[in-house]
Design a protein around this ligand. Structure first.
Ligand code: NAD
Length: 402
């Protein structure tokens, strides 16, 4: 069966359009054979998740020995390990790859995987800048591969349901959205330059980034450096701004402004306290992050509608009805009584399971690259605004993503 399916897919790829590959080419019990590129914090977790939802891990690649060893211990006996992802991509019998490396590696690894004819689960934020986003959307559009970006809120039931509530008009026209993320970080270990334990292939870690001598903190917390990421702005912003745009069907922002500073993340380059504001045709959205406090802990998004406010956070969604309009609004006694709610009951494997379903059915995944590109457009614009100290208008960025 396995051989027939692979043979069929190979022949199909050469002769018919991708959407015409029938789901029946995969039997119900066929397991998708995948390999991990990047087995650190996220990759290590995803490797376990993909096995839980029924896929078979056959390969692991990482440039840091301890991460590779830990992932190997959580994979089936006989799993193959690699230092060079190109060699992993040449493995026989490989259907898909999961890419969970720092952001500066996403584009080249995606392109190599597409060239090797693999389906791809690619971690967020999908790109390092706006130009990469555009090019990645075009490349994936020309390929017949399934590409799911790791923005798992797209597969969360309570968010999908919350969207229906907002689009039904139940909370009225949304004039403003406030997205926020508050954590309290101790950076002393993460940004320390003490020597790394275990082996690291630093040149391969840098990949397309500017060459430089090994600086352990750049490996430990690459998110703090512009060469490898868009900082905290795109790291968490891509998750939340996607929900903002998806729930309101707003498209990407017309403009962005941002202010921020390094409060505690010393030794790094990116702000750990910031506020960005995005302009949409009839809506303003703010995106604030503060990594010095546990107040209003974790992520939250508040949709301020004329009739009601909807709050989304890690617990689920809640709706609070508005009071009436009044010529003496200061007299209103104000309540925040919850009038409707739904808790988060999401299965942690839902987004990975959706990817596997799409590998079998060749259907569009819940988070295709166009969605991921639109989600990170605002945060990329806000980083430009912050770093160049100006208001950034979409037209001035040369982007055609909408
Ligand atoms: N969806 C989510 O909720 C979520 C959560 C956390 C992280 N992420 C994303 O996952 C990605 C990885 O983040 P992380 O926290 O796991 O970082 P990490 O530093 O813990 O892991 C990254 C791994 O990639 C490896 N790597 C770097 N260059 C490589 C190369 N050339 N070949 C093979 N391996 C290489 C590193 O050695 C490291 O083990 C990022 O894009 C991040 O934004 C997503």
């Amino acid at each position: 069966m396995e051989k027939n399916r692979r043979q069929f897919l190979k022949e199909s790829a050469a002769t018919v359009a991708p959407l015409l590959v029938p789901a029946s080419a995969w039997g119900a019990n066929d397991r998708v054979a995948y390999a991990m590129i990047g087995t650190g914090n996220r990759g290590g977790g995803l490797n376990k998740t993909f096995q839980t939802v029924g896929a078979q891990c056959i390969g692991l690649c990482d440039v840091y020995g301890p991460h590779l060893e830990a992932a190997k211990a959580n994979s089936p006996a006989g799993v193959k390990t690699f230092l060079d992802y190109h060699e992993l991509l040449a493995m026989p019998g490989l259907d898909a790859v999961v890419i969970a490396t720092p952001d500066h590696q996403h584009q080249p690894m995606l392109y190599a995987a597409l060239a090797a004819n693999k389906d791809v689960y690619l971690e967020k934020p999908m790109s390092l800048n706006l130009a990469q986003s555009q090019d990645m959307v075009e490349r994936v559009g020309k390929s017949d591969r399934i590409v799911q970006v790791g923005m798992q809120r797209r597969s969360m039931e309570f968010i999908r349901n919350a969207r229906q509530v907002v689009l039904s008009g139940a909370i009225g026209k949304v004039s403003m959205v406030k997205a926020a993320w508050n954590w309290r970080f101790d950076w002393s270990e993460l940004l320390s330059n003490k020597p790394l334990e275990g082996t690291l292939d630093w040149a391969r870690f840098l990949g397309p980034a500017p060459k430089r001598e090994l600086e352990p903190r750049r490996f430990r917390w690459w998110r703090a450096f512009w060469d490898y990421s868009g900082g905290n702005m795109t790291d968490q912003g891509t998750h939340l701004m996607d929900v903002v745009q998806w729930m309101t069907d707003s498209g990407v922002p017309k403009s962005a402004v941002a202010q921020g500073y390094i409060a505690d993340e010393r030794g790094g380059e990116v702000p750990d306290v910031f506020s960005a504001v995005f302009e949409y045709p009839e809506m303003i959205a703010s995106w604030t992050l503060n990594y010095t406090t546990t107040y209003d802990y974790d992520w939250s998004i508040r949709f301020l509608g004329r009739e009601a406010t909807m709050v989304l956070d890690r617990r689920g969604y809640r709706i609070m009805k508005n009071g009436p309009a009044s010529s003496t609004p200061w007299r209103w006694k104000g309540t925040e009584e919850v009038t409707a709610e739904e808790p988060d009951r999401t299965d942690a494997g839902a987004h990975a399971a959706n990817f596997l379903d799409c590998v079998r059915s060749r259907k569009r995944p819940n988070c295709p690259v166009e969605v991921a590109a639109a989600a990170v457009t605002g945060p990329h614009m806000a980083n430009l605004a912050l770093r160049e100290d100006r208001k950034v208008k979409l037209g001035s960025t040369g982007m055609a993503i909408s």
